[in-house]
Design a protein around this ligand. Structure first.
Ligand SMILES: Nc1ncnc2c1ncn2[C@@H]1O[C@H](COP(=O)(O)OP(=O)(O)O)[C@@H](O)[C@H]1O
Ligand SMILES: [Mg+2]
Length: 448
């Protein structure tokens, strides 16, 4: 790539912007913005979005003529868009939000924006002009949901109009400047076919978990941050039969169930005065009074785990949630810690008993080094043994190495263990052939 191209927006081809160098575009849009502000100063509130766009277009033409900058109509269009995004929208973020292949956007101060594409982080060429411009955009985001951000309250969770989740943290807490993390709302939901096509699961694995969901086993999806837990939970909830009443509970509604009979509850942070907080736990308790057939909790992080386990143990079977853990075994210890966070003074054996009795299946998800996301383990929870809750792995992904491009190599297969819950599945009309669980010939590692 030539120097000329690199100084531009990276879309290739020399243009007026490129010819002006990196500063040119900023300088030009700054001039136009200043004029616009002057023009609107008399009565800014009266201008509609359409009017603002028209004025910007007019100003771009004027300024280009005055400064004798040769511009094609495409160049002008691009500058108009940039200024419109600045004045009415989210500035440089708009362009990144519009690119469907970008899944996350991370702003570390005004001059550094990382994006995630296909699971890989890269530094984007987009930048804010200044801390002030970034703070304006942040204000626009948080005020649109009735929140405020300043030195006294410098962390906010928000949501964009398109459903994307946003976290903002500013100085003095963030030392390198205002920091914004956006988890983009996936317009195209990942389906079971996608999981198979992407190598995230095999058909057998999905057939097994579908049977588990339909037969009302209680299920947890575990994994690290961004490993695809919510996406998998959404797919698993899709297996719930249409004639059941589903109550979903989330911090920020992300799940999109295809069924008709769904009640969606969303927790609420405290308001500016620090009042009115409704936690996931409050909602789980309330949901139990709503005659649910199934409760789907987006993520368990604290005391709600106890209510969830109790719900699972007392007739609301077939419920599911996600939680943060690095492996299925850690999933159990995390649950134990969360139950303790509920303030319940239970001996640890009693807690383990609850967990062992409530939970049936752990679907463990992982984001691998090459950025791919996979279901790396499907494990049964057998109940409390002499001391700890016993687990039995049914399917696993075994990594064998990396190819020359750094892609993860390995295989997904049954471990050879016949599931403990197979009889239950059969009894519920969800029988599966034993052959599905046979270890493929050639896979010789010991079954744990
Ligand atoms: N199996 C998958 N293959 C590829 N991308 C995925 C997969 N599952 C999820 N993703 C993408 O990864 C990102 C994080 O997924 P999400 O389910 O929100 O993770 P988590 O809930 O674990 O934080 C999203 O952009 C999502 O579209
Ligand atoms: Mg999630």
């Amino acid at each position: 790539m030539s120097l000329l191209e690199r100084t531009g927006t990276g879309r290739g081809g020399p243009s007026a912007e490129n010819a002006l160098g990196g500063v040119g575009r900023t300088g030009l849009s700054a001039t136009i913005k200043r004029r616009l502000v002057d023009e609107l100063a008399g009565n800014p509130a009266s201008a509609s979005a359409v009017q603002v766009r028209q004025r910007i277009t007019k100003l771009v033409n004027e300024v280009a003529a005055e400064q004798a900058i040769p511009m094609t109509s495409r160049d002008k269009q691009r500058i108009v868009e940039a200024v419109v995004h600045d004045v009415l929208g989210l500035g440089p973020l708009e362009d990144l939000l519009a690119q469907p292949e970008i899944t996350e956007i991370m702003v570390n101060g005004p001059h550094q924006i990382f994006v995630e594409k296909e699971g890989k982080l890269t530094l984007s060429e987009a930048k804010f002009e200044s801390t002030e411009q970034l703070m304006q955009v942040i204000d626009r985001i948080v005020t649109s949901i009735g929140r405020r951000i300043d030195e006294a309250s410098s962390m906010v969770d928000a949501r964009l109009k398109d459903g994307s989740r946003v976290n903002v943290i500013i100085p003095p807490l963030a030392l390198r400047g205002p920091t914004v993390t956006i988890r983009k709302f996936a317009r195209e939901r990942i389906t079971t076919d996608d999981l198979i096509r992407l190598g995230s699961a095999t058909e057998d694995m999905l057939t097994f978990v579908r049977a588990c969901v339909r037969a009302r086993l209680n299920l947890v999806v575990s994994g690290g941050t961004g490993s695809g837990k919510t996406t998998t939970l959404n797919i698993l909830s899709g297996f719930i039969p249409d004639d059941e009443r589903i109550v979903t509970i989330e911090d920020a509604a992300e799940l999109q169930l295809r069924q008709e009979h769904v009640v969606t509850l969303e927790a609420r942070p405290a308001n500016v005065e620090g009042r009115g907080r409704i936690t996931i736990r409050d909602l789980v308790r309330n949901a139990l009074r709503m005659r649910p057939d199934r409760i789907v909790v987006g993520e368990c992080r604290g005391g709600e785990a106890l209510d969830m386990l109790q719900a699972m143990n007392t007739g609301n079977d077939g419920s599911m949630t996600t939680l943060h853990a690095n492996n299925p075994r850690e999933c159990l210890s995390r649950l134990e810690t969360m139950v303790l966070m509920s303030g319940a003074e239970l001996p640890s054996r009693a807690i383990r008993e609850q967990i062992g009795a409530a939970l049936n299946i752990i679907v463990h998800q992982s984001r691998l080094r090459d950025g791919t996301r996979k279901i790396v383990s499907i494990t049964e929870v057998l109940g409390l043994g002499t001391d700890h809750v016993e687990l039995q792995e049914i399917f696993r992904f075994k990594q064998t190495g990396l190819d020359l491009e750094g892609r993860v190599l390995g295989s997904m297969h049954a471990t050879g263990v016949i599931p403990h819950y197979l009889d239950h599945l059969k009894a519920q009309g969800e029988g599966l052939p034993d052959s599905m669980f046979q270890r493929p010939i050639g896979i010789v590692e010991a079954v744990r």
